[in-house]
Design a protein around this ligand. Structure first.
Ligand code: HEC
Length: 389
């Protein structure tokens, strides 16, 4: 290609980008700049709102410290109204059942069972890739990971990891799936593109839950037996730091803005928030008995208290418990629906899921699901994928 044609191409690209009306690129950048610190776009587009409602809501974000210029508010509101019009996508829940050795597929609207996928023995943890195309399931009984193609609802790979493969976390770019090997004091890094283990990283005793920072750089791991946390560098695939804690950490999740990490101390009946920059404990709040798992969005942290049959609700800004919701027996896995309106809670003992309304802070429905549902993941499916069952 000659310099002249190259120049011509540059002129053409210049015209395409700057002379034509924006087609959403610019708005996506505004979202990235003004909102992504606290929200994710897929959750946003679940809301089928008009421009006025978007504008009112975005204006309200000033209360939380966002400083969004007025012209961007209008532009983004119009864009989101256009982007979300009639586009409410269908969400599916994928529930790992430890007794049935299956992942059950449920429609989030109504809780109907749509399918079941046989996996390894005693599937414990589950995570879905950010594009919603695959689920990675850690099988405690077969010490491996089943990879499910969610378009076909079938297992496409089984990857041996380590003794009592426990929980799974996937990086936000969808490149790596991390698995804690509970009885080996290690974490396996699986490359999603090849479905191969690319690193086995030594950590502390009894690694349990995992959470990746929103910038995709750090993996946080709880050790139930050595009373501390591990931080793994994703780029180096190695342990870089261990942080001692007052008691056994179990569930963990980095907050959406990456500034805090929420950790449940299972034998101290508390949840603490650790400042990710200073590594200091910002606050410790008392919750119910034996807090197992937690999920955090920009507004609340939800905690399943397995021994008191409740879900604690922590206000993420005020950092205190604002509600304790009675649920079924032994609440374990938790997942928020993509529209942020409901929390699904799995009850391992009862074989049920409680559905909590975020607004009402109460259980509004209960669904019978399998025999021993442990963890679950909720993901948006494209309509094409749904009909292709
Ligand atoms: C500093 C953090 C922060 C930033 C930045 C921020 N928000 Fe929020 N947003 C929140 C919090 C906290 C809530 C929950 C409280 C509420 O609903 O009033 C929330 C709630 C929302 C909701 C749900 C409201 C409802 O009624 O269901 C929407 C939609 C939303 N934000 C959109 C946006 C958009 C779009 C932007 C960017 C222009 C943005 N936010 C920027 C913190 C933030």
């Amino acid at each position: 290609m000659t310099v002249k044609t190259l120049l011509n191409w540059s002129v053409l690209w210049f015209l395409v980008f700057f002379a034509l009306p924006a087609t959403g690129q610019e708005e996506a950048k505004i979202f990235e700049r003004e909102c992504a610190g606290c929200h994710r776009l897929p959750a946003m587009v679940q809301r089928n709102w008009d421009a006025k409602r978007w504008q009112e809501t975005i204006s309200r974000m000033h209360t939380y410290g966002a400083a969004i210029p007025q012209k961007d508010i209008e532009r983004l509101a119009n864009y989101l109204a256009r982007a979300t019009k009639g586009r409410r996508q269908r969400a599916m829940a994928y529930v790992a059942d430890e007794d049935l050795n299956e992942v059950l597929v449920l429609d989030v609207d109504g809780g109907k069972l749509l399918g079941r996928v046989a996996v390894g023995k005693a599937p414990h943890g589950i995570a879905v890739t950010p594009d919603g195309s695959r689920a990675y399931v850690a099988n405690m009984g077969t010490h491996d990971v089943s990879v499910i193609d969610l378009n076909a609802n079938r297992v496409i790979a089984t990857i041996p990891t380590g003794p009592n493969a426990h929980e799974v976390a996937i990086t936000p770019d969808g490149r790596f799936a991390y698995v804690s090997n509970h009885s080996q004091a290690s974490v396996s890094a699986i490359e999603v593109a090849s479905n191969r283990v690319v690193a086995t990283i030594p950590v502390g005793e009894a690694p349990h839950d995992l959470s990746v920072s929103p910038d995709g750089k750090w993996l946080w791991v709880t050790h139930v037996d050595s009373n501390d946390l591990a931080i793994i560098s994703v780029s180096e695939q190695k342990l870089v730091e261990r942080i001692p804690l007052p008691s056994s950490p179990h569930g963990i999740q980095v907050a959406p803005d990456g500034k805090l990490v929420w950790v449940g101390l299972i034998h101290r009946d508390s949840v603490l928030a650790l400042d990710t920059a200073s590594r200091k404990v910002a606050v410790e709040v008392r919750v119910g008995n034996e807090p197992y798992y937690l999920v955090a969005d920009s507004r609340y942290v939800w905690v399943s208290n397995e021994a008191s049959d409740t879900v604690s609700v922590i206000d993420a800004m005020k950092k205190r418990v604002v509600a304790s919701i009675p649920v079924g027996q032994e609440p374990h896995g938790l997942a928020l629906t993509p529209d942020g309106r409901y929390l699904w809670v799995a009850h391992r003992r009862q074989g049920t899921i409680s559905i909590i309304s975020v607004e009402k802070r109460a259980v509004v429905a209960e669904v019978k699901v399998g025999k021993r549902p442990h963890k679950l993941a909720i993901a948006v499916r494209s309509s094409e994928a749904v009909t292709k069952k």
